[in-house]
Design a protein around this ligand. Structure first.
Ligand SMILES: [Fe+2]
Ligand SMILES: [Fe+2]
Length: 304
C-alpha cells in the first residue's frame, strides 16, 4: 500500500478546509473575458493555426464553461454512488467512516451548486448559450449501471485528475482569470480529501476479489472510459458550434475537421488521459493487480 489514509484524519482535514459558496463566488462576482480561463495544457487552443487570436480566446472560454459544467455532470453520479457507500460504514458500525462519507457527499452537492453558480455568471458575461452533453440523469444511469468497483475506479481517476489539473496547470498561471482560478483552487482543496476516500472505497470494494473478478471490473471501467470518449467527441462538436455561432463558420471543411480532431484530443487528455497517467491512481490499481494496470497502459497513448 502506498498510503496511510484513515477516515479520521481525512474527516478532520476536510472539516478544517471547508468553505462556503458565497465566499468563493458571491453576489456580483464577474469573469474577465479579456483573459483566458483555462490553462493552455488543457485548452490546447494555442496551436490551432486556423483560428485568429480572438477565436482562440473564445474557444478557451467555451472550454472553461465545458470544464466546470462537465464536472457538474460527473458529480451528479458521484453523489448517489457515495451515498450508497455510506451503508458499508453503517454495516461495520464505523461512525467516523459514515461521517466522512456523508461529508464527502455533502461537499459534492455543494460543488454541483458552485458550478451552477459559475454557469450563471458565465452566461451573463458570455451572452451565448453553450451546449453540454447529457442530461446528467442519463449519464448517471449509464455509469451507475456498471458494477461498483468499475465506477469507484473511474471516480478515483477523476478525483486525482482534478488534483493534477490545479497543481500542474492552474496554480502558477498568472494569466488566468482570477475568479475561474479561484474556483478551481477551492475545488482542488476539497477534492484532495475525496481522492483519499475514493482510494479507501476502491480497496474495500476490491477486497477478496479474484483476478478474473478484477478483470471484469476493469472491463467495466474501460467501458465507462469509452462512453466518456464518445461524449468528448460530441462535446468537441458542441464547442465548435458555439465558436462558429459567434465568429462564423470555418472557410474549409478540412480546417473544421482538423479543429474537431484536435479539440477532441484536448478533451480526451483533459478528462481521461491526465487521469489514466496519474501516479496515485496507477498505484492503487497496480496494488490490486499489475496485470490490470498493464491493460490501462495500452489505453493511455490514445488519450494523450
Ligand atoms: Fe467536487
Ligand atoms: Fe470529488
Amino acid at each position: 500500500m502506498f498510503h496511510d489514509f484513515k477516515y479520521k484524519t481525512i474527516l478532520a482535514a476536510s472539516t478544517r478546509a471547508a468553505w462556503q459558496i458565497d465566499d468563493v463566488i458571491g453576489p456580483g462576482a464577474t469573469l474577465d473575458f479579456s483573459r483566458p480561463f483555462m490553462p493552455e495544457n488543457l485548452a490546447r487552443t494555442g496551436g490551432l493555426t486556423m483560428l485568429r487570436p480572438e477565436e482562440k480566446l473564445t474557444l478557451n472560454h467555451i472550454r472553461a464553461h465545458e470544464y466546470l459544467s462537465l464536472f457538474g455532470v460527473v458529480e451528479e453520479f458521484i453523489l448517489p454512488f457515495v451515498l450508497d457507500h455510506v451503508r458499508d460504514g453503517l454495516r461495520e458500525s464505523d461512525e467516523v467512516q459514515v461521517q466522512a462519507m456523508l461529508n464527502f457527499a455533502s461537499e459534492e452537492a455543494k460543488h454541483i451548486e458552485l458550478f451552477k453558480r459559475f454557469q450563471q455568471v458565465f452566461t451573463e458575461g458570455f451572452r451565448r448559450h453553450c451546449d453540454i452533453i447529457g442530461p446528467p440523469e442519463a449519464v448517471a444511469e449509464a455509469v451507475l449501471g456498471h458494477e461498483p468497483l468499475s465506477v469507484a475506479l473511474f471516480i478515483l481517476m477523476i478525483e486525482w485528475m482534478t488534483q493534477s489539473h490545479y497543481v500542474d496547470s492552474v496554480k502558477d498561471d498568472a494569466e488566468l482569470d482570477p475568479l475561474f482560478a479561484s474556483l478551481l483552487k477551492n475545488h482542488w482543496i476539497e477534492e484532495a480529501q475525496h481522492a483519499k476516500l475514493d482510494t479507501l472505497m476502491v480497496e474495500a470494494l476490491a477486497k477478496g476479489k479474484t483476478e478474473a473478478e478484477l478483470h471484469a471490473a476493469v472491463d467495466g471501467f474501460m467501458a465507462i472510459v469509452s462512453f466518456f470518449d464518445t461524449g468528448c467527441r460530441q462535446q468537441a462538436k458542441f464547442n465548435l458550434d458555439a465558436l462558429e455561432a459567434i465568429h462564423g463558420p470555418k472557410a474549409s471543411e478540412a480546417d473544421r475537421l482538423e479543429l474537431l480532431n484536435k479539440q477532441h484530443q484536448a478533451l480526451r487528455w483533459t478528462y481521461l488521459g491526465s487521469g489514466l497517467v496519474h501516479e496515485k491512481f496507477r498505484s492503487t490499481l497496480g496494488g490490486l493487480s499489475q496485470n490490470q494496470l498493464a491493460r490501462i497502459n495500452a489505453l493511455v497513448q490514445k488519450f494523450r
